[in-house]
Design a protein around this ligand. Structure first.
Ligand SMILES: [Zn+2]
Length: 202
């Protein structure tokens, strides 16, 4: 850290293994289960390669199944508490289409597929991103009991809040497979990276 010097920019990148992994997958994934399979595979690879937390997410064009972007958790490696998998996928999708709005007029409907239930921070990001749909793998309870990550003070009616925006929601998609990665993270001695509450697991 440079003292007395304001930082004026930052950049981040996905881990190097991402390109190699994506080369093994079709560019289009029509079904929600196939989409979730990729999100979970990314979460698992992120743990295997020790490149971040056990979370993966992708943004899909709903009508074609095109994988618009992918994301994995990058908090520790970038020193940025904002870079959860969902946020990374949303940001990179917005960069790809050159718009802050993933659901603007005339655009295809876009869906966020995430290996685990988004935390309170990610719900804010989802709210402003313009996506039309979301599929979730592991539940909040799975995340909190299997890893110890805290999802934060979610609105008790978060489902209704999302639906009120016209966002369609699928939950517990391949939950068992998604939860297995959380368990793997704990068993492999993962680290809980949370402001003022960081600690090693196990
Ligand atoms: Zn989050």
């Amino acid at each position: 850290m440079q003292e007395n010097q304001i930082v004026t920019s930052m950049n981040f990148s996905l881990p190097k293994w991402i390109q190699e992994e994506l080369a093994c997958w079709p560019t289009h994934l029509p079904s929600t289960n196939e989409q979730m399979r990729l999100a979970i595979a990314l979460s698992r690879k992120n743990v295997e390669h020790k490149t971040g937390g056990p979370f993966g997410a992708i943004v899909i064009d709903e009508s074609t199944g095109l994988v618009l972007s992918v994301g994995v958790n990058r908090v520790e490696h970038t020193n940025c508490s904002l870079l959860h998998a969902e946020a990374v996928a949303l940001m990179l999708a917005q960069q790809r289409i050159n718009s802050f709005d993933l659901g603007g007029p005339g655009m295809p409907r876009r869906k966020l597929v995430t290996s685990a239930q988004p935390c309170v921070q990610c719900f804010g990001n989802i709210h402003w991103s313009g996506i039309w749909a979301m599929a979730i793998g592991a539940t909040k309870g799975d995340v909190e009991t299997l890893t110890g990550f805290d999802e934060g003070p979610l609105h008790p009616n978060w489902r209704e809040e999302l639906r009120a925006q016209g966002l369609s929601l699928e939950e517990e998609v391949m939950r068992r497979e998604a939860s297995a990665v959380l368990r793997y993270y704990r068993e492999s001695g993962g680290f809980i990276y949370q402001g003022r509450r960081s600690k090693p697991l196990g």
